[in-house]
Design a protein around this ligand. Structure first.
Ligand SMILES: *[C@@H]1O[C@H](CO)[C@@H](O)[C@H](O)[C@H]1NC(C)=O
Ligand SMILES: *[C@@H]1O[C@H](CO)[C@@H](O)[C@H](O)[C@H]1NC(C)=O
Ligand SMILES: *[C@@H]1O[C@H](CO)[C@@H](O)[C@H](O)[C@H]1NC(C)=O
Ligand SMILES: *[C@@H]1O[C@H](CO)[C@@H](O)[C@H](O)[C@H]1NC(C)=O
Ligand SMILES: *[C@@H]1O[C@H](CO)[C@@H](O)[C@H](O)[C@H]1NC(C)=O
Length: 464
């Protein structure tokens, strides 16, 4: 008897009961069903054994039957009742299924390139009456995968608004999705107290009241315990109008030298930037005279710089940096003035470092008047430094130079001047001044008394 192709299809959809029937009929037809009384009935050997397999791999179920005699072994998928094979013949139309056997005891069902449809319970049956069967589960696991067309791509939001990033994952078991920033900065969830679910786990990441610092590449990571886990990078852009910051508002330069003025721009999308000079707001472009350049730092910061070569009197004016994008525009200015050659060009930073280098390390050789002067100076320095607005503006030239040339300025400190010989970590305030004077002044006095005494003893006494 031969199984036709059509026959295979027909058997493939027959219910389980049918198999028993088929096997019975099949055998009867050949007249071999009758069980010889002397022979033992068929029985199963070992368990078939459950199999868990990663989609795409091949598997083999092995069914061991002893004393098969004239009976036949069939393979059925229990949930769909689809007959896979009978004896040496494959019945299902699934081309990935095949059977092998050895010695009429070992019966193998092969499934190549296992698919999720193949998941289920398989039965190895023998057509005795009543029929005997062994079952085994086939579990098919699928590594996680990100569904691109249902996952966010590059996303743009205006500062202050909310945004949801979506990452759709599939796999078996169903993957868990979590989020992190590719730059490893912390994801800021601002609405944790509200009813809205905000968490860095789940297929959606809700960011509320976004700030520019939220801008950057995010990663959604899908894991289900089956390697490899997968991730997708989603760029989040937070748009806002340009903001300009000028580190130094006034810069002095000697004639015929080179001077550079700078502006820091925060903007997204990236701003169009220009330098203009007063009077007339003429736009400046790179030339032999000027070098206009900018440097992008991070996602939304741009450093603008303008170098003026061979500084002349007519270059001493105000320069404006202007930045604009689709959300607005902003401008700031820097004044460049002439200073005399030889005099060092001083910026606020340099002023401070000079002061740092001249902290008095002890005042034992100062008398009371000196100390009083220090007190006055300390106040004047504090006033001087306090007069800088946060951005750091230089005072007009006269005052600035006067201070820059004074090598003995005390440090601007929170509570007076530090006396290492008293307490290296503490600053001495009002009472400390007197301590310092006592120790310093009296110490000096004893030296004088001592020396006068020596002189007296050595030179004057003998002559008496
Ligand atoms: C096979 O898996 C099923 C369901 O998970 C379970 O009930 C059964 O005990 C397992 N059989 C063996 C031999 O592990
Ligand atoms: C995504 O693509 C799949 C096929 O690749 C399609 O079946 C599904 O409908 C698509 N989903 C959406 C939301 O377009
Ligand atoms: C202009 O300035 C930038 C930044 O300081 C520098 O990298 C560049 O080489 C300069 N270009 C010229 C032509 O000097
Ligand atoms: C600098 O400018 C002055 C005045 O414009 C000019 O005489 C001089 O040749 C310039 N020097 C250089 C090096 O360009
Ligand atoms: C300086 O004084 C402070 C508080 O008075 C004290 O904690 C610290 O240990 C002192 N340091 C030294 C070096 O004596």
């Amino acid at each position: 008897m031969t199984w036709t192709r059509a026959g295979h299809r027909k058997w493939g959809i027959l219910p389980l009961v049918a198999l028993t029937l088929v096997l019975a009929t099949h055998n009867t037809a050949h007249g071999k069903v009758q069980h010889s009384p002397g022979n033992p009935l068929p029985e199963f050997g070992d368990e078939i054994g459950n199999i868990t397999v990663i989609k795409g791999r091949d598997i083999i179920f092995t069914c061991v039957v002893k004393h098969l005699g004239p009976y036949k072994v069939g393979w059925v998928k229990a949930d769909t009742k689809a007959i896979q094979a009978i004896h040496h013949q494959v019945v299902t139309h699934n081309p990935r299924v095949s059977v092998t056997y050895r010695d009429r005891t070992t019966w193998n069902l092969h499934i190549r390139n296992v698919q999720e449809d193949d998941r289920g319970v398989y039965m190895c049956q023998v057509n005795t009456d009543p029929m005997i069967a062994k079952m085994a589960h086939l579990d098919v696991v699928v590594p996680p995968e990100i569904v691109d067309n249902e996952t966010s791509g590059e996303t743009t939001v205006e500062e202050g608004n909310s945004v949801t990033l979506t990452c759709k994952a599939r796999g078996f078991p169903h993957p868990v999705v979590s989020w992190r920033r590719e730059d490893n900065l912390k994801i800021v969830l601002r609405d944790q107290a509200s009813k809205k679910v905000t968490s860095t786990e789940g297929e959606q990441l809700l960011l509320t009241r976004v700030k520019r610092s939220d801008m950057g590449p995010y990663l959604c990571i899908a894991k289900n315990g089956i390697p490899p886990s997968v991730s997708k990078r989603i760029m989040l852009r937070v748009n806002f109008a340009p903001v300009l910051e000028v580190p130094v508002h006034m810069i002095g330069s000697p004639l015929s030298k080179e001077v550079t003025v700078r502006c820091k721009v925060e903007s997204s999308p990236r701003a169009v930037t220009t330098w203009r000079r007063e009077p007339g707001e003429q736009m400046i472009i790179s030339s032999r005279k000027y070098n206009v350049s900018e440097e992008q730092q991070g996602f939304y910061v741009t450093q603008m710089s303008l170098t003026i070569r061979n500084f002349t009197k007519s270059d001493a004016t105000t320069y404006r940096c202007v930045a604009s994008n689709s959300l607005g525009a902003s401008a700031s200015s820097v004044q460049v003035y002439e200073i005399q050659p030889q005099k060092p060009r001083v910026t606020k930073e340099e002023d401070e470092s000079r002061l740092d280098n001249h902290i008095p390390h002890g005042v034992s050789d100062n008398d009371k008047d000196d100390l009083d002067d220090y007190g006055d100076l300390d106040d004047s320095v504090n006033n001087y430094l306090d007069s800088f607005p946060p951005g750091g503006v230089l005072e007009p030239e006269g005052e600035r130079e006067g201070l820059a040339e004074d090598q003995n300025l005390p440090k601007k400190s929170s509570g007076g001047i530090t006396f290492p010989f008293l307490n290296s970590s503490g600053a001495v305030g009002g009472v400390g001044w007197w301590w310092a004077w006592l120790v310093g002044g009296v110490g000096w006095w004893w030296w004088v008394v001592g020396c006068v005494g020596c002189w007296w003893a050595a030179w004057v006494l003998p002559t008496l």
